[in-house]
Design a protein around this ligand. Structure first.
Ligand SMILES: CC(C)(COP(=O)(O)OP(=O)(O)OC[C@H]1O[C@@H](n2cnc3c(N)ncnc32)[C@H](O)[C@@H]1OP(=O)(O)O)[C@@H](O)C(=O)NCCC(=O)NCCS
Length: 161
């Protein structure tokens, strides 16, 4: 269990899947994240970590995940979805990411976290920038509707002397 100021993160349980899958089936969320980049299933693997985002009253509001984890290279890809719109833009995303990143960097388990975000997902980009992620480059992603541009962003653990 990881604690932020207003949120806490804990491992997903099967009881969370229905709500998360309902949110992730929503057309607006699919468009923001990319249909093929959402889960639908929650496989357990040493290469991924899915955490539920909860408010103080234990209300589930979303999930934050590390995928493609390389424990040897100490790198992982971050994904995050906050489901209910009324919780967007209130700093919960930022707090969840900072809590997760803070844990993995301070314990030395990871040294680089990267993510991909659609160029037109301005709220998400702003959130990631506020967490310290920097743009590294642009990728073309092909979908049913043609090509869309993704931005690759990353955050590195700061070396302390
Ligand atoms: C992306 C997401 C995780 C961000 O979490 P959040 O709690 O909404 O974001 P935060 O409030 O921490 O930060 C958002 C920032 O964008 C700003 N913002 C909000 N709406 C915005 C908009 N429409 N355009 C530009 N900036 C916007 C906020 O003011 C805030 O910036 P600030 O800290 O300078 O005020 C969340 O919105 C979400 O899950 N969205 C749906 C799914 C999604 O897009 N996932 C990411 C896929 S890569």
């Amino acid at each position: 269990m990881l604690r932020g100021r207003r949120v806490f993160l804990r491992a997903l349980t099967p009881a969370d899947y229905e709500l998360l899958n309902r949110w992730e089936a929503d057309a607006e969320i699919k468009n923001l994240v990319g249909e093929d980049r959402l889960n639908g299933q929650w496989p357990r693997s040493n290469r991924r970590l899915d955490l539920a985002i909860l408010l103080a009253g234990h209300q589930l509001i979303g999930r934050v995940s590390l995928e493609e984890i390389s424990w040897r290279a100490r790198t992982a890809e971050l994904k995050i979805v906050i489901g209910p719109r009324e919780f967007w833009g209130q700093g919960y995303g930022r707090e969840s990411i900072q809590t997760l990143v803070g844990h993995f960097f301070s314990t030395g388990k990871l040294r680089r976290i990267y993510l991909r975000v659609y160029r037109d997902n301005r709220r998400a980009i702003r959130c990631y920038e506020q967490c310290g992620f920097e743009k590294e480059g642009y990728l073309q992603s092909e979908s049913r509707d043609g090509f869309r541009e993704l931005i690759l962003m990353s955050l590195e653990q700061q070396e302390t002397a």
